[in-house]
Structure formats: C-alpha cells, structure tokens
Design a protein around this ligand. Sequence first.
Ligand SMILES: Cc1cc2nc3c(=O)[nH]c(=O)nc-3n(C[C@H](O)[C@H](O)[C@H](O)COP(=O)(O)O)c2cc1C
Length: 184
Amino acid sequence: MAGARLESLEAIEAALWRELLTAPNDRSHPWRTPVLATTDGDVGDARTVVLREVDRTSATLLIYTDARATKVSHAMQHPLGTLVMWSNAIGWQLRLRVRMTVITDGLELSSRWAQLKLTPAAHDYLSALAPGSALDSALGSRGGRAYFALIEAQLQSIDWLELHEQGHRRARFGDNQPPRWLQP
Ligand SMILES: Cc1cc2nc3c(=O)[nH]c(=O)nc-3n(C[C@H](O)[C@H](O)[C@H](O)COP(=O)(O)O)c2cc1C
C-alpha cells in the first residue's frame, strides 16, 4: 500500500477498515497492538493491548484482560477511552474514540475462555494477585481461578492521520456524520 496515495475519503475509509479487520489475525501487523488510553476521572493512563477481534457491522473491537486490572476499573467508571495505533508501513495513525463495556460473565466470555484456557496465554488471567500488586520476586504465584474479562470497545469515531512527504492529511470517520477532511 505504501506509495499509492488514496484520493477519496470513501477509499481511505474502506482501506482503513481492511487494515483493522486484518490486524487481529496478523501477528506482525502494528495495529494488532494499539495503546488503550483511559482515565480515572482525574489522571489519564495508557498501555499496550492486543486487538483480539474487530467487527465492522457492529463497529466493535474486543480486548482480553484481567478483571482486576486498573484499566477495567477505569473503563467501568469512565467508559470513554481511546485506542491509538500507528503503522510505519502505511504511514497511518488511527485514534479510535470508543465507549467501553466490561464483560465478566455470559456466553461471550465463556466461549472465548473455553478456547483460551487450552493455550499458554491462559496464565495471563490466572495469577493469585491482581495486576499491579507488589511482589517479593519477579515471578508471581499462580492462583486457582481465572480472572478473564473482555473489554468491548464500541466505536464512536475514527481520527485518521496520514504522514506523507507530499503533505500530511487528516480526516474523521464513523461518527454518524459524513466523512470529512480536517486540518492535520
Ligand atoms: C505487546 C503487549 C501486549 C499487551 N496486551 C495486553 C492485553 O491484551 N490485555 C491486557 O490487559 N494487557 C496487555 N498488556 C499489558 C498492559 O500493557 C499493561 O501492562 C497491563 O495490562 C496493566 O495495565 P493496567 O494496570 O493499566 O490495567 C500488553 C503489553 C504488551 C507489551
């Protein structure tokens, strides 16, 4: 895609969705590991997460996490957050404004846990201590139950920025208004 510059907003929107839909299944795609920014209402925080699923029809993105994580309490108290991703290969940054819902039970959760618990990644959700707890040594102990949770991020708007030697471009998509150009 590098080099070919898309002209229309429609073509750009279609291409960014193609990239977004590819990212969860492509371990080398930089958009697979965006930064999720949240707030406690006073102080902002940000951390890398893995984009597990993207669904265009419902405009939702799915993240796996530990139910005891700080980002979870942030999301429950202040559901509006931002996912930021950058691809050097295509020169595009996305800032996805999202409304987060934390899912800690139900079929959506149990079906994904049924898959995950068979893999080494299950350990990420089995520690006896909550993420961020102080430890006596570098490796914490493993507990007996899972604290697996989902953060479902409902897209509110997409801020697209293209860095390009012929001039940077910026546009807004997905906010129930027509796509439009913005001053970068
Ligand atoms: C490449 C990478 C991917 C990560 N993916 C996730 C993830 O999908 N979910 C998650 O909860 N934490 C993930 N983490 C860890 C978070 O960045 C963070 O350190 C941890 O979740 C604690 O964040 P919190 O205290 O703000 O909740 C990832 C870290 C890295 C470096």
